[in-house]
Structures are given as structure tokens and as C-alpha cells.
Write a protein that binds this ligand. Structure first.
Ligand code: G3P
Length: 218
């Protein structure tokens, strides 16, 4: 399983990178806005800064919603660094743009995926990554993890090469469940990643080890 951090915060990306377990970064326009990044030049500079921290794939999302705009924007984004992946929404022109990028050897991440049918279209277009949104499916009282399982089964049967990148991960349990359901990659906020550390028996055990060591050495 690969681990991506889902943020545009340079501090959080550095913190995740320093753990030594980070394989990549995903961003989206909402996460960029959250960091106060606006304007073409600043956005491009910010992606460059992220790519200087991590050598793994960094997803940069297009804002255009028409084929020509996505192609033009995607090419500019892909020119920032070799590890940029162009993130494209699951819409008709997005499918067309992903097919184009695939032909050009440019990696893509198909975003806003909520069904197995959409997953087929993305795989047929040669998407490098597919981002089904687990948390947002849960938000409408459906089952996001079942969606991951369904797509994983479908991709295995059809031998599609597109990697399943479970997105909209909201907690540590989602990470474990998405892994069990067959996701190739999990992208999540740093807090969910760090949440995996937590276990009361670890804290109790460490306190006892240190207390016993202190007693034996006093
Ligand atoms: O990568 C997509 C992800 O950031 C969406 O997460 O929590 O806004 O649904 P969320």
C-alpha cells in the first residue's frame, strides 16, 4: 500500500515526508485555497515547492472544465516537475483530456469518482490513478468502502492497470478499511495518518518500560 498526504500545507507535507513513509501528495483547489494560495504564478510556485520536498507523485488539479482548457492547463502543470500528475475531474471532457494525456505520456489522476461505472471510463482513458471519494459517499449515507471494494474487484477481473487511490479519507479506520478493500494507495490528511499511531496499550506499555528502567537505574 502506498501512502499519499492530502494537503497543500508545506509544513504538513514536510512532517509527513520526515516520517519516511510518504509516497506522494494530492491537492485540490479547496486545499490550495485553504492555504491562501491564489493566482496562476503563486499556484505554479507552490506546486514547485511541494515537488522540491517530495520525489513521489504530486497531483495538481486543473480548473478548466473544457477539453482545450484542460489540455493547455495540464501541459503547463506537467511542465513544473517530472513528478507532477495532472488531476482531472470525471466529466466527459475530462475523459477526453485523460485519453489525450495518456497518449502524450503525461500521468493523470481522475478525481470526483463516485461509481464503478466512472471507474471503467477512467481506466479506459488510461488514467494513472483513480480517486474514489470514500468520505463523501459516507456523507450521503452510502458506503464509501464498499465502493472501493467493488472497483478493486472490477479492476482485478478486467486487469486494468489504473491504480485505486482512495480519497476523501476522514479517519484512521478509513485507512485500514480502504487497504483491506483493495485500494492501492491511500491519500489522507496528516491527522488521519498520525491517528494510526494511537493505541492506549502502547502508551501504558511505554510508561511501564520507562518506569522499570528508572527503578533499576536509580
Ligand atoms: O482528495 C480529495 C479529498 O481531499 C476530498 O476530501 O474530505 O473534502 O471530502 P473531503
Amino acid at each position: 500500500m502506498k501512502f499519499f498526504v492530502d494537503t497543500a500545507s508545506l509544513d504538513q507535507i514536510k512532517e509527513a515526508h520526515d516520517l519516511g513513509i510518504l509516497d506522494g501528495v494530492t491537492t485540490n483547489p479547496s486545499l490550495m485555497a485553504k492555504e491562501g494560495i491564489s493566482g496562476e504564478a503563486n499556484v505554479m510556485k507552490h506546486y514547485k515547492d511541494i515537488c522540491e520536498i517530495v520525489s513521489g507523485d504530486v497531483s495538481a488539479e486543473v480548473i478548466s472544465t473544457d477539453f482545450a482548457g484542460m489540455v493547455e492547463e495540464g501541459k503547463r502543470l506537467a511542465g513544473i516537475a517530472p513528478n507532477i500528475v495532472v488531476k482531472v475531474p470525471m466529466i466527459k471532457d475530462g475523459v477526453k483530456a485523460m485519453s489525450y494525456f495518456t497518449e502524450q505520456g503525461i500521468k493523470t489522476n481522475c478525481t470526483l469518482v463516485f461509481s464503478a461505472g466512472q471507474a471503467i471510463l477512467a481506466a479506459k482513458a488510461g488514467a494513472t490513478y483513480l480517486s474514489p471519494f470514500v468520505g463523501r459517499v459516507d456523507d450521503i449515507n452510502w458506503d464509501g468502502i464498499s465502493l472501493i471494494r467493488e472497483i478493486a474487484e472490477l479492476y482485478a477481473i478486467q486487469q486494468f492497470e489504473t491504480e485505486i487511490l482512495a480519497a476523501s479519507i476522514r479517519n484512521s479506520k478509513h485507512i485500514v478499511d480502504a487497504g483491506l478493500a483493495g485500494a492501492d494507495i491511500i491519500t489522507c490528511p496528516l491527522s488521519s495518518m498520525l491517528g494510526l499511531l494511537k493505541h492506549p496499550l502502547t502508551d501504558i506499555g511505554l510508561a511501564k518500560f520507562l518506569a522499570d528502567h528508572k527503578k533499576a537505574n536509580s
